[in-house]
Write a protein that binds this ligand. Structure first.
Ligand code: AMP
Ligand code: MG
Length: 470
């Protein structure tokens, strides 16, 4: 059976102006070796029943899904890259392959990375390295397990080509990734229409985004202003999620900002070994523009740019007013995300935020690994014995930790079952730190051994399963 009753195609992107996309041909690859199939999400969108051959047909050869796009669409956009405006962007190695609804009625896109050249390739080969694909799968699985709003890795095929890259020993292996995303509309999509002064297309885009992604705003008299305020809020949530996940995206350019507030596009990212505001992920980020501690500012700067673009059709739009709640929303979400990751019940928004800030300040001056702290203190004070029996005991006994410990006493486990789950029987937390990824990759690279990769994904999912979401 190719697709099941849950499958519903929804090709809404075709309703937008034609100059926002261009139909393209997928690359033809010499080989199609399946390396990752996200069965969990496939089932949620009615594609869980695909046979291996059907999966390969759709996600490596890109034959269209039923009731869906007949030809893939490369999307047009611009964006600020490291603060410099680039009007030559657009999908240079990817396309929108299909759009569908999940079992909760949300519209989701299947988009690609590494699927061939387009008019926006700018001399690039349109390909993705296998290591890049493996890194993105690990990032999305970990972020999802930590409760961050993120694109999902849906499928990864190795494609049998030899690629040359400056940042990997070359030749290196190739892959094609399919992502599942809640929209592919970037801040840069709006910036492009502003730049080209396409007012009609801008009006249509704003209506489209509100109708399909923020339908509760539809009755608002000033749509651009309502949309901007909402986007500021969802992006504040994303910024707080990164801080609590200890995640450094690396390339927070405005073309990598999804209007729905979903995180995506994982190139040179890093998870923090320990709290360090100056920690930078991309080796080419010489000025530390997107360092860990500067991510909220970088994201807010992009929200402001989105607001400036919306002024094309709303010259009186008060951008500053619309995004004024970013900081307070960030602080509120920081507390909310922190207690969620610790697996404790909220003690009230202000106390939660104070708790998060106190703990982060302590961790910035301590040798305790970020993942270790959350692992040791899962469930709050209920884990005191676990924490003090672990390797970081000495750190938790110093006087500087007392403010954190005092606050910990206010917190009880969000659900009693958490500490009894398989994940908390491990002796150490599962992480996606740089060295862990390099070890997984070296097994693949040297011996074509995928066991570590598969096992790691299972371990990450056990972390996700241990989270008690209420
Ligand atoms: P990214 O760094 O993946 O966000 O990409 C920035 C821009 O460069 C986008 O327009 C990409 O499509 C394009 N790009 C990056 N790498 C390649 C490549 N190997 N071939 C073609 N285009 C690329
Ligand atoms: Mg990108």
């Amino acid at each position: 059976m190719p697709v099941d009753l849950h499958y519903r195609g929804r090709t809404i992107h075709r309703a937008l102006d034609e100059d926002l996309y261009e139909a393209v041909e997928p690359a033809k690859f010499p080989r199609h070796i399946l390396r990752f199939r996200n069965q969990r999400w496939a089932e949620r969108v009615g594609l869980g029943g695909l046979t291996e051959l059907e999966w390969e047909g759709h996600f490596a050869r890109f034959s269209p899904l039923p009731d869906n796009l007949e030809r893939p669409l490369a999307l047009a956009y611009h964006g600020h890259q490291f603060d410099v405006y680039n009007p030559h962007l657009g999908d240079g190695r990817g396309f929108l392959f299909a759009q569908l609804e999940d079992d909760a009625g949300r519209i989701l896109d299947l988009g690609t990375k590494g699927s061939g050249q387009t008019r926006w390739s700018r001399g690039g080969d349109g390909r993705l390295t296998l290591k890049g694909g493996v890194r993105e799968v690990l990032a999305t699985e970990m972020l999802e397990a930590l409760g961050v709003s993120t694109s999902k890795s849906f499928s990864l095929f190795e494609t049998g080509e030899a690629l040359f890259r400056g940042d990997e020993p070359s030749p290196t292996r190739s892959s094609v990734l399919v992502r599942l995303s809640h929209s592919h509309i970037r801040f840069g999509t709006f910036q492009r229409l502003f730049h080209l002064e396409h007012a009609d297309a801008m009006r249509k885009l704003v209506e489209h985004v509100v109708e399909h992604y923020f339908p509760d705003l539809q009755d608002r008299s000033d749509l651009p202003s309502a949309l901007l305020a909402r986007v500021a809020n969802v992006m504040a949530n994303l910024a707080a999620s990164y801080t609590i996940a200890g995640f450094v995206h690396g390339v927070l350019n405005s073309d990598n900002m999804n209007v729905t507030g979903e995180s995506f596009d994982y190139g040179p990212y890093r998870f923090l070994p320990k709290v360090d505001p100056s920690f930078t992920a991309a080796y080419f980020d010489h000025g530390g523009l997107y360092a860990f501690g500067r991510q909220p500012t970088a994201i807010l700067r992009n929200v402001r740019r989105l607001g400036d673009s919306l002024r094309l059709t709303s010259p009186s739009l008060a951008v500053g007013d619309a995004i004024a709640s970013f900081e307070s929303e960030y602080a509120r979400r920081l507390g909310e995300r922190f207690v969620a990751r610790l697996g404790v019940a909220s003690a009230g928004p202000e106390t939660d935020t104070h708790f998060a800030k106190t703990a982060l300040a302590f961790l910035a001056d301590s040798p305790v690994g970020y993942d270790n702290f959350y692992f040791d203190w899962a469930g709050g004070a209920a884990s005191t014995q676990r924490a003090l029996e672990g390797g970081a005991r000495a750190v938790y006994e110093v006087a500087g930790f007392s403010p954190v410990r005092d606050l910990m006493e206010l917190y009880v486990p969000r659900c009693t079952a958490m500490l009894a789950t398989p994940y908390f029987q491990r002796s150490e937390p599962v992480t996606v730190l740089y060295d862990v990824i390099e070890k997984i990759w070296s097994r693949i690279d040297r011996a074509d051994d995928w066991d570590d990769f598969d096992r790691h994904i299972a371990a990450i999912r056990s972390l996700g399963a241990a989270r008690c979401v209420v």
